[in-house]
Design a protein around this ligand. Structure first.
Ligand SMILES: NC(=O)c1ccc[n+]([C@@H]2O[C@H](COP(=O)([O-])OP(=O)(O)OC[C@H]3O[C@@H](n4cnc5c(N)ncnc54)[C@H](OP(=O)(O)O)[C@@H]3O)[C@@H](O)[C@H]2O)c1
Length: 164
């Protein structure tokens, strides 16, 4: 069985980015993202791919979704539909959907686990995480973090599993 998870950081108003960039710098969140996804497959939209500071991210298999038939880059796999992205994921191994808005929206119905970093602030953005019906999800972990000299905002790591 495919084990699909979403990993996302969103603000109190569900903003995830603006002008194809993140709106916050939270080193502990970047560290958590690296730990969770390293050694695994990540699935991302072409715009999020463009936004990566390092392409590809080390030690991760990348599946990039685009409608552009001539799109290619050394070291990544390119697909042209959501369905093909799912087909390429290994069975019995967790694969991580890492954004952005379009990809989260389309893949949310196929996901069993949500790793959410909730940033305790509101931002003016142009990309959002879709509404989730919390009745369908069980909260299995909640880990609050507080602002400090390296983190401008409070944030909480939340893990939800889809109820069966
Ligand atoms: N806070 C977070 O955790 C987080 C994580 C990731 C991204 N982000 C933010 O999210 C924003 C980007 O999100 P976005 O929604 O604009 O872009 P996106 O989802 O990253 O990529 C959209 C692109 O994916 C391709 N695509 C989408 N659905 C497709 C389908 N069904 N078939 C074929 N191709 C498809 C298209 O590429 P083509 O145009 O090439 O056809 C489309 O333009 C940025 O601001 C980024 O910083 C935030």
């Amino acid at each position: 069985m495919k084990q699909l998870s979403i990993i996302v950081a969103f603000a109190e108003n569900r903003v995830i980015g603006k002008d194809n960039q993140l709106l916050w710098h939270l080193p502990a969140d970047l560290k958590m993202f690296k730990q969770a996804t390293s050694g695994h497959t990540i699935i991302l939209g072409r715009k999020t791919w463009e936004s990566l500071p390092v392409k590809p991210l080390p030690n991760r298999r990348h599946i990039v979704i685009t409608s552009q038939k001539d799109f290619s880059f050394n070291g990544i796999e390119v697909v042209h539909s959501i369905e093909d992205a799912i087909v390429l994921c290994n069975s019995n191994e967790e694969s991580f959907i890492v954004g952005g808005e379009q990809i989260y929206k389309q893949l949310l119905p196929f996901v069993q686990t949500l790793y959410i970093t909730e940033v305790k602030a509101c931002f003016d953005g142009d990309a959002f995480f879709p509404e989730i019906n919390l009745n369908e999800w069980e909260l299995i972990n909640s880990e609050p973090h507080f602002a400090d000299e390296k983190h401008k905002f409070d944030f909480t790591f939340l893990t939800y599993k889809r109820k069966s």
